[in-house]
Design a protein around this ligand. Structure first.
Ligand SMILES: C[S@@+](CC[C@H](N)C(=O)[O-])C[C@H]1O[C@@H](n2cnc3c(N)ncnc32)[C@H](O)[C@@H]1O
Length: 188
């Protein structure tokens, strides 16, 4: 089971929004953007997705490669990739980008989102979870990038917003901030 592999390697369980998204997305070619050590990719892999798992951190990618090798996992392809380049070269049925966008160079974010949208197959899905900085809840963490109110939903005009919220969450230290959470489906 998923939890067993993740816990065996000291990884957290998959992000709850990835778990939720997979209740409606059938296994397909998927991209995990900012995969880190692979907690989400390993979950998707066990559900039968064929995953490209990309991250700028070579150590994280090496660890995921080691896990895949040791566990005989063939449907995850870990790769060092700088998301700032906004230059994906394959098309996917599902692109997941959980708590990664806020580490992207702000001047690159619009191009990164446009590239994700371009590289999503018709009828395919984008999942984004990203910190926000708003007047009511100034972001207490100095992330390089944060979303403004409605910025993400406006970037996905024309897509079906299956899930969209800008809810307030509480961090481990009690600080509050808003996160935009979006599962969007590209028109057929
Ligand atoms: C907070 S972690 C999120 C990991 C994973 N998505 C999850 O839900 O657990 C952010 C990840 O983004 C990666 N990252 C930051 N900037 C990046 C970039 N320019 N290109 C690729 N990955 C990047 C970091 O190395 C890190 O693994």
């Amino acid at each position: 089971m998923t939890v067993d592999i993740n816990s065996r390697y000291g990884l957290n369980p998959a992000h709850s929004e990835v778990v939720e998204a997979c209740k409606i997305i059938a296994p397909c070619d998927a991209l995990d953007m900012g995969c880190s050590n692979g907690r989400n990719a390993l979950y998707l892999g066990q559900l039968g997705f064929n995953i490209s798992a990309i991250d700028a951190n070579p150590s994280a990618i090496d660890m995921l490669k080691t896990i895949c090798h040791e566990q005989g996992i063939a449907n995850i392809q870990p790769q060092v990739y700088d998301i700032n380049t906004a230059n994906l070269n394959e098309d996917y049925g599902f692109i997941s980008c959980t708590v990664t966008l806020m580490f992207i160079e702000p001047s690159c974010v619009a191009d990164v989102i446009t590239d994700m949208q371009k590289r999503t197959l018709a009828g395919g899905y984008n999942l984004i979870v990203c910190a926000m900085n708003t007047a009511s809840h100034p972001c207490p963490v100095p992330f390089p990038f944060t979303l403004k109110e409605s910025q993400l939903s406006e970037a996905y005009q024309g897509w079906e917003l299956i899930k969209y919220n800008e809810d307030v969450g509480t961090m481990h230290n009690g600080a509050q901030l808003q996160f935009a959470t979006m599962l969007a489906r590209k028109p057929e």
